[in-house]
Ligand binder design. Structure first.
Ligand SMILES: [Zn+2]
Ligand SMILES: [Zn+2]
Length: 247
């Protein structure tokens, strides 16, 4: 059931609030923005915040010149998407809010979360033809009743003046949660062939922006981008509300 009636309390700490964002000033000020960190030019992983992350920068260790300011992961392997960016670090209060929005049907939070994405939109506006959410498999959609990525993608597309396509890109096979898998190779295998472009003509020569709530290691986005490019899209970039620590 969707909980459409909200008590006037902060989503982060339950103190009374009277703004439309369902978040108090204290909790808003505790949010870490990715833009406060220097990040990998390609995948957008913030250097320094996830200090023990496997794809943190290795430029110092390898003593390599790093002209593009790339992380260790991007120095080794090229993602299919040309860039990925996120607004906030998946942490503390904002993680609680995303969790409420995603698993507990707090759909009213979408206004605040989508506005964060619109206000912090990192790409030149007009650069994308179609905004596409990372799709959910039908069995999970029945369970959860809505796809949080589609909710964000739809609002974002309206906010930046781009088209939004919620139907063409589909998840055709259910997969295990990536978080349960131990390494990059397992995650890659888990999502391989799990997505499909229903009518390839729709994406031909189009510039696609792929949207989701959280970016973790990028394996899912990489597989989505591979499939979308295969259908003739000219490019795929990624934009997520938040950035989580990779495994
Ligand atoms: Zn609060
Ligand atoms: Zn990178």
């Amino acid at each position: 059931m969707l909980d459409l009636i909200f008590p006037d309390v902060c989503s982060g700490c339950d103190t009374p609030v009277s703004n439309i964002y369902h978040m108090c000033d204290g909790c808003i000020s505790g949010v870490n923005f990715v833009s406060d960190f220097s990040s990998c030019e390609r995948c957008g992983t913030p250097f320094g915040f996830f200090s023990d992350e496997y794809h943190d920068t290795v430029e110092a260790a390898l003593s390599l010149p790093n002209p593009g300011h790339l992380c260790g992961r991007c120095l080794r392997v090229k993602f299919y998407f040309d860039a990925a960016r996120s607004v906030v670090i998946y942490d503390g209060k904002i993680r609680d809010m995303i969790h409420e929005f995603k698993y507990r049907g707090r759909l009213g939070l979408e206004g605040y979360l989508a506005s964060l994405m619109i206000e912090s939109f990192p790409y030149p506006r007009g650069e994308f033809d179609i905004v596409v959410p990372v799709p959910m498999h039908i069995s999970k959609l029945r369970e959860r009743e809505y796809n949080q990525s589609a909710v964000l993608a739809y609002r974002l597309a309206r906010g930046i003046g781009a088209g939004c396509d919620l139907l063409t890109f589909r998840k055709i096979r259910n997969t295990r949660p990536q978080i349960e898998l131990g390494n990059e190779e397992e995650r890659r295998r888990n999502v391989r062939g799990a997505f499909s472009v229903a009518s390839p003509g729709s994406f031909r020569n189009k510039s696609i922006l792929l949207v989701d709530d959280v970016f973790t290691t990028g394996s899912t986005f990489d597989e989505c981008a591979r499939e979308i490019l295969k259908s003739g899209a000219s490019r795929v970039s990624v934009f997520t509300l938040s950035r989580a620590k990779g495994i």
